[in-house]
Ligand binder design. Structure first.
Ligand SMILES: [Zn+2]
Length: 107
């Protein structure tokens, strides 16, 4: 179990740093069924595995590791796997602005 990820998950109440969406994490005391139910992911079917994969909690480095960012808690946030993978090489402020623009577009 990744202790830092669990700490971040608790600190952010299970919500992604970028999109504010609900995420899930094994080891946070929730069964797979409870996770599916909470996130509204169907038990089976095409989109099911993908939806779960996208919403998985991951560690995100605000200052990217390749740019010399540290593994200390102050440089870490928790983001869903989708936001994390979409960030790519973008600086955190630009990615954050982009994800928030998307969110407003959905309303
Ligand atoms: Zn997200």
């Amino acid at each position: 179990m990744n202790n830092k990820l669990l700490q971040l998950f608790i600190r952010q109440s299970g919500r992604c740093f970028y999109c504010d969406g609900d995420t899930w994490l094994f080891g946070a005391g929730e069964s797979k069924d409870a996770i599916r139910k909470r996130l509204g992911v169907p038990l089976a079917g095409n989109g099911s595995k993908k939806a779960l994969r996208y919403r998985r909690a991951t560690i995100e480095h605000l200052h990217r590791k390749v740019d010399g960012g540290s593994d200390k808690m102050e440089n870490l946030v928790m983001a869903c796997a989708l936001c994390n993978s979409r960030r790519g090489e973008l600086p955190v402020n630009i990615h954050l602005a982009a994800t928030q623009d998307n969110r407003e577009g959905e309303k």
